[in-house]
Design a protein around this ligand. Structure first.
Ligand SMILES: Cc1cc2nc3c(=O)[nH]c(=O)nc-3n(C[C@H](O)[C@H](O)[C@H](O)COP(=O)(O)OP(=O)(O)OC[C@H]3O[C@@H](n4cnc5c(N)ncnc54)[C@H](O)[C@@H]3O)c2cc1C
Length: 381
């Protein structure tokens, strides 16, 4: 058995212990999948990308992608814990040796959860360089004031990576300058950090976060002051590839369930799958999924070889989220009225698959990236 076959088997048997009823119940209760995340962590899977010298298995993006794809393919939702895999990348690539020794082994063992990542702000949206949350340097610390929105898993995390402004926007020469990255210890934040949960159409713990004089010790700043935008950007390829893999898992889930249902459901004395009006959309969604997976695989190989993969990672995210959304709609059509029934699990996955058209980057922004940076079209913003 190859490493990948073995890994796939392990994840499949782990996920089999968390069937659709488990995820459906959590969805109704808007509860966090503690048992699932604990088991995934105990198995070392969320530490997959942490190098061996810091206590992780030191696997690559190919293995991380496989793990998340299989979770979503099984009917689960990896979004509850996916950030534990990649958020530490900012620390790994740009942290000091001391910072890495301090946090990475505990992240690898699961003792510390670093799965909150605070970038988005209400008044900046997709235009990250317009963020205004400000970290003012005072002696040996920074004092943070401002607001973030849609910050996921804050209530299930010990640490949070924060992107904040350290130089006012009108004083920087490049619009990507003047931003810095910090590790916030959420356990010590007290009243200086207020968290207001946001209700959304899916079971995804996400929040508004208000900073009111939050003190961060100097030793928690990652890398150089003012260079934070580049550090965040360097982690985005990993995020795009991993979330694309979840979308591919979603698409496969919908296609497999639709194929099975269309073969079993008999209407007008024959399986509905005999009708080309039912078959063709499933076949089309499958082809689009295979194409997205091929681009994702190519991007993952480039990433694991240490080659630039910005365009490929962005394209993977776009193609995979579109393929998943197409397959989600096909499944709703194939299941007819039962697609709406909670017990079939299709409507829950349908809602969950919708997220990746807009997060972590809206698909229009990917189109604009490809237009400008791959095709050389004029910059539009
Ligand atoms: C459930 C959930 C979880 C999230 N978790 C996190 C998290 O943990 N951390 C975090 O930092 N963020 C998180 N986000 C935020 C997410 O990354 C943003 O929602 C996303 O980047 C889009 O920003 P926005 O919602 O402000 O949309 P906007 O930027 O306001 O865009 C709105 C629409 O306008 C379009 N648009 C905007 N500008 C242009 C343009 N120039 N050309 C064409 N179209 C344009 C966009 O494509 C989009 O469709 C999360 C969001 C959700 C919904």
């Amino acid at each position: 058995m190859t490493l990948h076959e073995e890994l796939r088997d392990q994840i499949r048997s782990l996920c089999a212990r968390y069937p659709s009823e488990y995820w459906g119940r959590l969805d109704r209760e808007r509860a966090y999948p503690e048992a699932f995340v604990d088991e995934l962590t105990a198995g070392g899977y969320t530490a997959c990308l942490v190098p061996e010298e810091y206590g992780g298995p030191g696997l690559g993006m190919a293995e991380a992608a496989l793990i998340l794809e299989e979770i979503n393919r099984s009917g689960g939702n990896a979004a509850a814990c996916h950030a534990q895999m990649y958020t530490m990348g900012t620390l790994l690539r740009h942290g000091s040796p001391e910072q890495k020794r301090r946090w990475l082994p505990a992240i690898a063992s699961g003792e510390l959860r670093l799965q909150a990542f605070a970038v988005t702000e209400p008044n900046a949206g997709s235009d990250t360089t317009s963020i205004s949350t400000f970290a003012e340097r005072r002696g040996d610390r920074y004092v943070v004031n401002g607001q973030k929105v849609f910050i996921s898993r804050v209530q299930h995390s010990d640490l949070m990576v924060l992107l904040a402004r350290t130089t006012p926007r009108d004083q920087v020469t490049k619009r990507t300058g003047g931003l810095s990255v910090f590790i916030v210890d959420l356990r010590e934040a007290g009243d200086a950090l207020r968290v207001r949960p946001l209700d959304t159409m899916i079971n995804h713990e996400t929040n508004e976060v208000f900073f009111e004089g939050l003190e961060i010790p100097m030793e928690n700043r990652i890398g150089e002051e003012g260079a934070g935008f580049g550090y965040i950007l360097s982690g985005m390829n990993a995020e795009r590839l991993l979330l694309a893999s979840e979308s591919i898992g979603d698409a496969r889930f919908f296609i497999e369930r639709s194929t099975h249902y269309a073969g079993e459901r008999v209407v007008f004395d024959r399986p509905i799958g005999e009708n080309q009006g039912v078959q063709f959309p499933i076949a089309r969604a499958w082809m689009h999924t295979q194409a997205a997976a091929a681009v994702r695989d190519q991007a993952v190989s480039r990433y694991d070889r240490g080659e630039p993969c910005g365009p490929e990672a962005n394209m993977s995210k776009y193609l995979a989220s579109e393929a998943a959304w197409e397959a989600a709609n096909v499944a709703m059509d194939t299941f007819g009225g039962y697609g709406m029934a909670e017990e079939f699990g299709i409507e829950r996955k349908f809602r969950e698959a919708r997220l990746y058209l807009v997060a972590p980057v809206a698909n229009n922004l990917v189109l604009s990236f490809v237009a400008q940076h791959v095709l050389g079209l004029p910059r539009s913003f």
